[in-house]
Design a protein around this ligand. Structure first.
Ligand SMILES: Cc1ncc(COP(=O)(O)O)c(C=O)c1O
Length: 418
């Protein structure tokens, strides 16, 4: 059982901020929510900010000359400024609101990619990518005729950096697009060094920050990253809002993504001109309340401190890795604690991951099972599916104990012994 531990955060206060956590999901079974990598829960502060916005301030943004439209615009643009400060972008013009990480990556592919990629060029991805950072490039590669090359992973679950250096040396690489933290292996990739290497080779770098921005301080200027995409719903914010950061000069030079209202300066029947950043990339009525919610989530995470969040999660994840590795027949995927954050994916002998997840759910423990939108990675690991426990600011070591107990129970059900 858990030894008494001092968390760097006031965990009782945090848990009290997340009303959803305080429930039984089956008779006598309290919820143990270990699925935040798929989507995190939302604190009252976020829910309340959105409720207040709808009850007092809602109107469409930017176009109205009445009080509510001005308030809505201030709330929407205020959220953009909060996000700017959170990732230390130079200008809020560099913050494009999208629906999610997936849309941010597609935006870069279909605007920067179409304008800059030619037959014979190379885009470098990695073997551990989420489908959202593979499929948009495959679609475009088929249309344009550029080539995709993949950084392989080592048996430990790290990117093979020698192979990466060789790709940059030997191929006409125009763009590298790689995840910061793996949603399956938990690997924290050394993106700062990788970005410097890509730039030295004349390539741009896109970071998929879906699993890093919610969990650790990401400073776009310190990284010198060209594009960063992330999702609000994985960082205590609402669904339906995400962010694409891009360096201003790159965004200025890119053609628009979607066409419509808001993104134009002037429209005639003969043609149109584009609005200034960031509006050039935000066609139509945006997700205003969701942006307000994301702003509140940024305030919430900043209030806790990203370094404290990382330290808290490390205490929980390291403990989970220790305890899970004691379980007979359980295989853990991914590197050791020094290279990892946030998630623990595993298999249990030849029991299908869905069956494990179902038995854990019966005990109140919510984990995800499947390929986690990373089929090529699972092929590399030699399994069709894994069960994945993922952790966030509200999880405790006691919940890791509940997970481990539930896995032992699953072992008994499947008569695996132990
Ligand atoms: C690493 C990574 N990239 C991209 C995504 C896609 O995020 P979204 O579905 O919010 O676009 C996810 C979601 O799980 C992810 O884990």
């Amino acid at each position: 059982m858990t030894e008494p531990i001092t968390y760097p955060l006031d965990i009782a206060a945090i848990r009290a901020d997340f009303p959803i956590l305080d429930q039984e999901v089956h008779p006598g079974k309290r919820l143990v929510f270990l699925d935040s990598a798929a989507s995190s829960q939302k604190p009252r502060q976020v829910i309340e900010a959105m409720r207040r916005y709808y009850e007092h301030d809602h109107a469409n943004v930017h176009r109205g000359i009445h009080v509510l439209s001005e308030r809505a615009t201030a709330a929407y643009e205020g959220a953009r400024e909060k996000v700017r400060a959170f990732i230390n972008a130079r200008s809020s013009r560099e913050i494009i609101f999208t629906r999610n990480t997936t849309e941010g990556i597609n935006l870069v592919a279909h605007t920067w990619g179409r304008a800059n990629l030619r037959p014979g060029d190379v885009v470098v991805l990695s073997e551990m990518e989420h489908h959202s950072n593979i499929v948009p490039w495959q679609i475009l590669a088929e249309q344009i005729g550029f080539r995709l090359r993949y950084i392989p992973i080592t048996d430990e679950g790290l990117l093979d950096l020698d192979a990466y250096a060789a790709l940059l040396r030997d191929e006409p690489v125009k763009l590298v697009s790689v995840m910061h933290v793996s949603n399956v292996l938990g690997t924290v990739n050394p993106v700062k060094e990788m970005i410097a290497q890509a730039h030295a080779a004349g390539a741009l770098f896109l970071v998929d920050g879906a699993q890093s921005v919610p969990h650790l301080a990401v400073d776009v200027q310190a990284l010198d990253v060209d594009f960063l995409a992330f999702s609000g719903h994985k960082m205590a914010g609402p669904t339906g809002i995400g962010v694409l950061y891009g360096k201003r000069a790159l965004l200025e030079a890119m053609p628009p993504f979607l066409g419509g209202g808001e993104m134009i300066k002037r429209v005639t029947l003969e043609g149109s001109t584009w609005n200034d950043l960031p509006h050039k990339f935000e066609a139509g009525t945006p997700a205003i309340a969701q942006a307000v919610g994301l702003g509140a989530a940024v305030d919430y995470l900043s209030g806790l401190g990203m370094d404290n969040i990382l330290a808290h999660e490390k205490l929980v994840v390291d403990y989970a890795l220790d305890r899970l590795s004691e379980i007979p027949g359980l295989t853990l995927y991914g590197p050791g604690p020094e290279h990892r954050n946030g998630v623990a994916a595993f298999t249990l002998q030849d029991v299908h991951a869905h069956d494990i997840a179902q038995l854990l759910d019966a005990e109140g423990v919510a984990v995800r099972a499947g390929h986690h939108c990373a089929m090529p990675l699972h092929k590399r690991l030699g399994v069709v599916a894994t069960a994945r426990a993922s952790f966030y600011i509200y999880n405790t070591r006691d919940e890791v104990d509940a997970l481990v107990e539930a896995i032992y129970n699953a072992r008994r059900v499947f008569r695996l012994g132990g």
